[in-house]
Design a protein around this ligand. Structure first.
Ligand code: MTE
Ligand code: MO
Length: 338
């Protein structure tokens, strides 16, 4: 197992960052390893002790075991100045999760009581090996990996978050898609008793929250099913116990608290597309050249920031993952298929 215990000399940059976790040029440059579709993995590894400041979670025994066996070998963003990992308090305190309200602090305030154990996920549709899987059975055959990704919200803010999880591709392969499967459709839990946003008569969303990917996007090695972040299980406000992370797409594609994964023949209609099809499309690839009808997508506020340091940075094509994913969209008009 590749666990590196951090040596004191490794940590000097952390002196000037708010957290003991940071990304360094050395870590990224050190021994790049190619994987799958040219995916750049850092040869450096991180220690679980990098997360010493993060509050301990309350994961069930099976999940703790999986987390302890994580391959601490991150896919990292590339800019050591801009791409600092956000403090845990920001990543778990500033959220979008409309099931718990539409304010950024509503999820942290209201999601704590969500019952996430036991949890099961229905895998169905165009598959030969579907069914209802206990979460531990869905996760067990795969090794956990850490992925440090940029998350770029369509609202033009972003954070760098270290996720823990398993490639979605492995779950899909085990389901044995039929030849008719061309898309993957995801659903979030519907439970108005536990989710106050689903009781509100002002809610825009027609529950459940739905998302979708093309099958090749779903099979891409960057696409992660996350069960944890910052070396622990997911806080409920971040989509416990299971959420999608698709780092080259706007954050709304990364659906939380998933209860159903369906392989389907037709392109799913995702929740935001249903609400405002002129503003939110199916693809939702991060693209600084295609503005939202009501605001520019050319820049973003990298969090944490402040009034005195707005920390506005340029948005990158495919959120900086173009080398890995641009090929998926060859020949597609990205202005039309936003
Ligand atoms: N079920 C569900 N999933 C969701 C959302 C939501 O409201 N409901 N919001 C999305 C949006 S808009 C973003 S930006 C990300 C935010 O993830 P984070 O809170 O972990 O940063 O979750 C996405 N997943
Ligand atoms: Mo978002």
């Amino acid at each position: 197992m590749l666990i590196k215990i951090a040596r004191p000399g490794d940590l000097h940059e952390s002196d000037v960052t708010p957290e003991s976790i940071y990304l360094s040029r050395r870590r990224f440059m050190g021994g790049m390893v190619g994987l799958g579709a040219g995916l750049a993995l850092s040869g450096q590894t991180r220690a679980a002790s990098d997360y010493a400041d993060v509050p301990e979670g309350d994961a069930p025994a099976w999940l703790k075991e999986k987390i302890d066996a994580t391959r601490w070998q991150a896919v990292t963003p590339s800019d050591p100045e801009q791409d600092r990992v956000a403090p845990f308090d920001d990543a778990s305190g500033y959220n979008n999760f409309y099931e718990f309200g539409s304010g950024k602090s509503d999820p942290a305030r209201h999601a704590g009581s969500l019952e996430t154990q036991p949890w099961s996920v229905v895998v169905d549709g165009e598959v030969n090996n579907g069914g209802r899987l206990a979460l531990e059975d869905l996760a067990r055959p795969s090794q956990f990996e850490e992925r440090i990704y940029r998350l770029r919200c369509v609202e033009a803010w972003s954070m760098v978050i270290p996720w823990l999880g398993i490639p979605l591709a492995e779950v899909i392969r085990r389901a044995e898609p039929t030849s008719k499967a061309r898309y993957v459709r995801f659903e979030t839990l519907v439970d108005p008793e536990q989710m106050p946003g689903q009781r509100s008569s002002f809610a825009l969303i027609d529950w459940p929250y739905v998302e979708g990917l093309r099958l090749d996007e779903a099979m891409h090695p960057l696409t992660l099913l996350a069960l944890g972040m910052y070396g622990r299980e997911l806080p409920n406000q971040n989509g416990a116990p299971l959420r999608l992370v698709v780092p080259w797409k706007y954050g709304f594609k990364s659906i939380k608290s998933i209860v159903r994964i369906s392989l389907v023949a037709e392109q799913p209609v995702n929740s935001w597309q249903r609400i405002a099809p002129d503003e939110y499309g199916f693809y939702a690839n991060v693209n600084p050249e295609v503005d939202h009808p009501r605001w520019s997508q050319a820049t973003e506020r990298r969090l944490p920031n402040s009034l005195f340091n707005p920390n506005t940075i340029d948005t990158r094509m495919f959120n900086g993952y173009a080398d890995d994913v641009a090929g998926l969209y060859a020949g597609l008009d990205l202005r039309k298929h936003y």
